[in-house]
Ligand binder design. Structure first.
Ligand SMILES: CC(=O)[C@@H](O)[C@H](O)COP(=O)(O)O
Ligand SMILES: NCC(=O)COP(=O)(O)O
Length: 244
């Protein structure tokens, strides 16, 4: 069965730095350690409010990342211009609300079809592979197909935040159906948000999933065990799931 890839999101290394306005810890250094530990890619989310990743981090990591950068951005002229200048291998278009604690849902591709299609065309024309961050909703997946975006990232937050086993099972089934449907349309399917060491396996077991993007849980584990071990442990769990 095909290996599942791990994209390590280093946003919250930057959260620690921004908490005191210091120059450390540097997400670029963390990215290098994560790659050494087996990360297949590095994800960073340049939010409009710059609460964690700064513009400087994006330009530095564009030069230092050895695997590949997946740059998460909102669909705005400012962010699209930065993406075209930096030229990451991947851009994942995500929704953003100023007041949100973290990403709360997927893009409304249906309600923003023309704007998102234009952004996809602009980025793809400049050689960047585009992923759309969406909920596991068949109508949204159909809308993604119409934009021409080759990738999606299924939002796993509702699964991760489920309040009981029954709700979690329902969310897992919804994700499974969405993943299988998108894959049947020829879309390359990633997944992420809220995944951690105790909930990742059921998602990683889905054979249609190409890559998982995981950040908060890995950085949190790194505070206790170190980043290299945190990455290796997550990668091992994902591979075990695939081989089960
Ligand atoms: C889009 C997504 O699910 C993650 O990249 C998440 O946005 C991480 O950034 P925050 O923790 O700032 O939401
Ligand atoms: N797109 C998901 C991501 O990059 C990491 O999300 P999280 O693991 O920090 O919740």
């Amino acid at each position: 069965m095909k290996e599942i890839l791990l994209g390590v999101n280093v946003d919250h290394i930057a959260t620690l730095r921004q908490a005191r306005g210091t120059t450390y810890p540097d997400p670029a250094h963390a990215a290098s350690v994560a790659e050494h530990a087996g990360a297949d890619g590095i994800t960073i989310h340049l939010r409009e409010d710059r609460r964690h990743i700064q513009d400087r981090d994006v330009y530095v990591m564009a030069k230092t990342i050895q695997t590949r950068m997946n740059l998460e951005i909102a669909v705005t002229d400012e962010m699209l211009a930065i993406a075209k200048e930096v030229q990451p291998e991947y851009v994942c278009l995500v929704p953003e609300k100023r007041e949100e604690l973290t990403t709360e849902g997927g893009l409304d591709v249906i309600g923003n079809q023309a704007k998102i299609t234009e952004a996809v065309n602009t980025l793809e024309a400049s050689g960047i592979k585009v992923s759309l961050f969406i909920d596991a909703d068949k109508a949204q997946i159909d809308a993604v197909k119409a934009t021409g975006a080759p990738y999606i990232e299924i939002h796993t937050g509702a699964y991760a935040d489920a309040e009981n086993d029954q709700e979690q099972a329902q969310e897992l089934e919804r994700i499974r159906e969405g993943v299988q449907y998108a894959h049947s349309l020829g879309i390359i399917v990633n997944a992420g948000h809220g995944l951690h060491y105790h909930n990742v396996k059921p998602i990683a077991q889905m054979p249609e999933i190409y890559e998982l993007n995981i950040g908060h849980a890995i950085i949190a584990r790194a505070a206790i065990d170190g980043l290299e071990k945190a990455v290796r442990d997550m990668k091992r769990l994902m591979l075990e799931a695939r081989q089960a």
